[in-house]
Design a binder for this molecule. Structure first.
Ligand SMILES: Nc1nc2c(c(=O)[nH]1)N[C@H]1C(S)=C(S)[C@@H](COP(=O)(O)O)O[C@H]1N2
Ligand SMILES: [Mo]
Length: 247
């Protein structure tokens, strides 16, 4: 585990590391642009991946942001953490990283943040517009230092469906998307338990089930096939939900 000072330095250096990564993807795209035989459709698909999701105005915010799936994790561990207002909760960032992190909620709240008003679309057929504030994921991954083999970011949650913990995963394009945040506030209030307290993913170019709630661990991995059911998420493992749920 790295010290708090190292984390602050890591997060401060983020601007630079973040630009490097964007440059990398800019280079990546220009390679693709010049590649022979690549059709316009594939090019558009690549370009579209880092477009921003639409953001709304305060007047558009839904009166109630409907909670869905787990609304109160049933484990004694979670309920103990919630009773202590998450003072003892930690977010672990590990796996294929050079500097594993263990962050308190206060530390997460002091990292570079973003606020965005976006529409959440659940595959079950409802949508809601909410205002989210959270730590930008990219700088956290840069502070942890992804190893070259890392291809996916896995979000481990504190709730279970029977014996199965909820989990989700995204690729590095979504992980470093500027609107991908670890949210601790909804509509300017502390994130409610029903919506994933103390911390939940917002990955705004993806459908609702990708937005993992009740986070406690973020893991960088080279593959997803050797984790749980091998399809990268609880619903992907147990239903016909697609792993890539881009909108
Ligand atoms: N840990 C966890 N994350 C989850 C779920 C869940 O049951 N557990 N449900 C998913 C689904 S299907 C949706 S639509 C959204 C709902 O988020 P909300 O409760 O804030 O509306 O969370 C997603 N993330
Ligand atoms: Mo959903």
């Amino acid at each position: 585990m790295i010290s708090r000072r190292a984390l602050i330095i890591g997060a401060g250096g983020l601007g630079v590391a973040g630009c490097d990564r964007l440059n990398e993807s800019e280079r990546f795209r220009s390679v693709l642009r010049s590649a022979e035989g690549l059709n316009m459709r594939a090019q558009r698909l690549v370009m579209a991946r880092d477009a921003l999701a639409r953001e709304y105005s305060a007047a558009d915010i839904s009166p109630v942001f409907r909670p869905n799936g787990t609304i109160m994790p049933s484990t004694p561990e979670y309920q103990g953490l919630a009773a202590g207002r998450f003072a003892d909760w930690r977010l672990t960032v590990d796996g294929l990283v050079r500097r594993p992190l263990s962050l308190s909620l206060g530390q997460v709240q002091r990292l570079p943040r973003r606020t965005q008003i976006t529409r959440h679309d659940c595959v079950e057929g409802w949508s809601a517009i909410g205002k989210w504030t959270g730590a930008v994921l990219g700088p956290i991954l840069d502070a942890a230092g992804l190893r070259d083999e890392a291809r996916y970011i896995v979000f481990h949650c504190m709730d279970r469906f029977g014996p199965r913990p909820y989990y989700e995963s995204i690729d590095l394009i979504d992980a470093f998307h500027p609107q991908t945040i670890l949210a601790y506030a909804l509509n300017d209030q502390v994130l409610p338990v029903a919506n994933g307290a103390p911390l939940r993913l917002r990955v705004e170019r993806q459908l609702g089930y990708k937005h993992a709630k009740y986070l406690h661990r973020i893991e960088a991995r080279a593959t997803l096939t050797d984790l749980y059911g091998g399809r990268g998420g609880l619903w992907e493992d147990t239903t016909d939900y697609e792993w890539y749920a881009g909108i």
